[in-house]
Structure formats: C-alpha cells, structure tokens
Design a protein around this ligand. Structure first.
Ligand SMILES: [Zn+2]
Length: 258
C-alpha cells in the first residue's frame, strides 16, 4: 500500500464509528460518486448548477477556516451525497455531515452547504495541527464548539439557543457540556437531548432542536471572540507542548446566559 493510502487508512480508523463503510471513500468512483475537482466528488447525476454552487461552498468554507486559524493546513476532499442511500453507503446515518480523519469529508443531502463543509473542515484543521497525544486529550465538546463557531450554521446559532431557552427545551448546563469529553459521551448526549429525533419532529411539523451542538457554540463563540486567532494558535501550541487542557481553558461565556 502507498504511504498516502496508509495515512488515509489510519485517519479513517482514528475517526471511529462508521469507519468500515467510510473506507469506500478511498475509492469514491466505484461507489457512485464522480470527480468535479481535486477537492470535490459528487453523486453521479448531480446537476451542473449544484456542482458550481458546491465549488463556491468549498471556497467559502475554506475562508471561514482560514479566518479562524490564520491559515489552512488541511486539504480534505469533500464528498457530497444528494440521496440518503448514497450517504448510508459511506457510513452516514442520521447526521448531516461527517469527517473521516483529516482528509475525507462526507456531506449528506441535508448538509450540502458551506456551513457544514466548514464545520467538518474545522475538525480536519484541528486534527492536522495537533500532535496525536494533544488530539486525544482534546475534549469533544471543545472541538465541536470551535467547529460550530467556525461554521456559523443557523441551526446552532445564538438565535437557536435563545429559542431553546424560550421554548423551555432541555439543554445541557455549562457544567454538563464540559463532561462530554469523548466522542461516545458526546454522541450519547446528542441522543439524550433529542438531536437525533429531528426527522420525526419535522414530520410532525414541530421545530427541530439542537441543544448539544448549540450549547457548544454558545460556550465557544465568546471564548474565540475573547482570545482571538492568536489565542487559538497559542492554545494549540501549548497543548502540543504537553500542557493539560484544563490548565489552558478559561471560559469566557456569561454564566447568566446559560
Ligand atoms: Zn462536529
């Protein structure tokens, strides 16, 4: 196996669940996708207007990552499915998008816009900038909160947070959020707070809710605003140098807004 293939394989294995189906992204053209550019594959049958828009979305997502991190070190290939069956083929279930390691982004029919590309790209960028040890020590809620802030997705906006409060929708406290450290703890919380039931809500005409991702954005937006790009880069450097997350992170969110 070639080195690029081996490193892609390692990245896939590191990314956890869905990895086996995700391996198909290493040979997208044998599983119903076709290349639009070196950084974009789409499902066969995608119309030319959508292809053009997706290329623009990738540009916009890259600018968002660059604005947050100062430069872009990761260059993931974006794979866009416009049907659920395509998404499931590559290991996607129930989510809008996912990233396998730092190299392969998979976008669902509901996530085909720059926000979700930027979200997954932020995960890829964080992974590319951290040592393996630092990456393992990074809590999932922090990585997600940065991705939510970078993506600026309306689904996880401050306006959605205020809606959740007004509608009295159960949502994690700040203390609870910071216990969602591993990917499985995060995933359990997303299920516990009902973020996996949005299809059913939609079918009943009820508003969709995203309390966990939105809580992470609510915590990290003020942090990013306070520390700035330099603060984020210093944080990454310190984490790589072996500093513990808890000693580096000081919340800048307003406790009264939780
Ligand atoms: Zn994420």
């Amino acid at each position: 196996m070639s080195r690029p293939f081996l490193s892609a394989l390692l990245a896939l294995l590191l990314s956890g669940c869905g990895s086996l189906a995700g391996l198909k992204l290493l040979a997208p053209e044998t599983h119903g996708l076709e290349s639009v550019s070196p950084s974009l594959y789409v499902e066969i049958g995608t119309d030319s207007e959508t292809r053009r828009r997706l290329l623009e979305d990738i540009d916009r997502a890259e600018h968002a990552v660059e604005a947050a991190y100062g430069s872009v070190q990761s260059h993931p290939v974006v794979h866009v499915c416009l049907t659920e069956s395509c998404y499931a083929t590559f290991g996607g279930h129930g989510s809008r998008a996912k990233v396998y390691g730092g190299r392969l982004i998979l976008i669902s029919p509901h996530g085909a816009n720059w926000h979700y590309i930027a979200h997954e790209w932020s995960h890829a960028e964080m992974l590319s900038r951290l040592t393996l040890a630092a990456w393992w020590s990074l809590p999932q809620w922090f990585d997600e909160g940065i991705a939510v802030a970078v993506s600026d997705a309306p689904e996880n906006s401050e306006a959605h947070w205020q809606f959740l409060i007004a509608a009295n929708v159960p949502r994690p406290t700040r203390e609870a959020l910071t216990t969602f450290k591993s990917l499985s703890q995060w995933d359990d919380a997303v299920g516990h707070y009902g973020e996996k039931k949005n299809q059913e809500r939609k079918a009943k005409g009820e508003p969709e809710i995203r309390p966990v991702y939105t809580a992470a954005g609510h915590e990290l937006r003020p942090w990013l605003a306070a520390v700035g790009r330099e603060g984020l880069l210093r944080f990454i450097a310190d984490l790589n140098a072996g500093a513990g997350f808890a000693s580096l992170y000081t919340s800048h969110s307003d406790p009264t807004t939780w």
